[in-house]
Ligand binder design. Structure first.
Ligand code: DGL
Length: 266
């Protein structure tokens, strides 16, 4: 262990992956927070959407991607997908230990469970994330005083991916999905695609409900882990490296929407 740990250097890149392009919302926050780090991004567009896949399939995808990012010399692994997070602890063959993996559920659960401000919390995510109970059960376990409303909102990912971002398209969908959320003070968007429509959600609730800005929180926990390990890079030596398992014109257009700039995908 000691040898293995010693051989890891701060100058190595950070591996980030998602089922597709949603993880770019996390990557964007990471690039802003940690400008001296190099990132390798992997979007598994060939297997999208993860939210409707079996556990066995997800485990095999996650393992293959973790090995790919290890082969790219990544020092830590950021699981920028809630659906993939639901299986990460069940994958038997990962080239990273749990200390070297930062996922998108635990940092949010820990933050919300310990805060006092919000008592009535809503959670939305893919079928996989909501049915796993990882968010709602972990939250309820840590803080029994929280009133939690959780719902799978599977239509939102394809709508976002196809660029249906207008309120007149989204609001009728929200009418169905947000029944029972009227008393929520805070909404946890437990899917990395959702930051694209935060404003539309807040506007739907006339700004009476706050949508938690999850990418910023994840970027802060990545920084804290690197700091604690003494692995924060001080200079950026190489450009970020972007990979997709299936490259189409649609995915490239979408990537621009998520990142706010054009990048080259391998
Ligand atoms: N971005 C993924 C997540 O955070 C959802 C997209 C998918 O279903 O592949 O869960």
């Amino acid at each position: 262990w000691v040898l293995n740990n010693k051989s890891i250097k701060a100058s190595q890149p950070i591996g980030v992956f998602d089922s597709g392009l949603g993880g770019l919302t996390i990557l964007k926050a990471l690039q802003k927070k940690l400008p001296n780090e190099q990132f390798v991004y992997y979007g598994d567009t060939a297997h999208l959407p993860y939210g409707d896949k079996s556990e066995e399939a997800l485990i095999s995808y996650v393992q293959a991607i973790a090995h790919f990012l290890k082969s790219k010399d990544c020092k830590i692994l950021v699981v920028a997908c809630n659906s993939a997070t639901t299986v990460i602890n069940k994958a038997p063959d990962l080239p990273y230990t749990s200390e070297d993996i930062i996922e998108v559920i635990s940092p949010i659960v820990n933050l919300i469970a310990t805060q006092q401000k919000y008592t009535n919390i809503g959670i939305i995510g893919t079928r996989k994330t909501i049915s796993s109970g990882m968010f709602n059960e972990a939250l309820a376990l840590q803080n029994g005083n929280l009133q939690i409303t959780a719902r799978a909102t599977p239509l939102l990912v394809p709508l976002i991916e196809d660029g249906f971002l207008e309120e007149n398209v989204l609001f009728p969908v929200f009418d169905r999905y947000f029944k029972g959320f009227q008393n929520c003070q805070l909404l946890i968007p437990a899917c990395t695609h959702y930051p694209i429509i935060y404003q539309q959600i807040e506007s739907y609730f006339d700004n009476r409900l706050k949508v938690l800005h999850t990418p910023k929180i994840i970027a802060e926990s990545v920084e804290a882990v690197l700091e604690q390990k003494g692995l924060l890079s001080t200079t950026k030596n190489k450009e970020d490296d972007y990979h997709l398992s299936d490259v189409t014109d649609e995915f490239l257009r979408e990537a621009e929407l998520f990142l706010g700039k054009k990048v080259h995908f391998n």
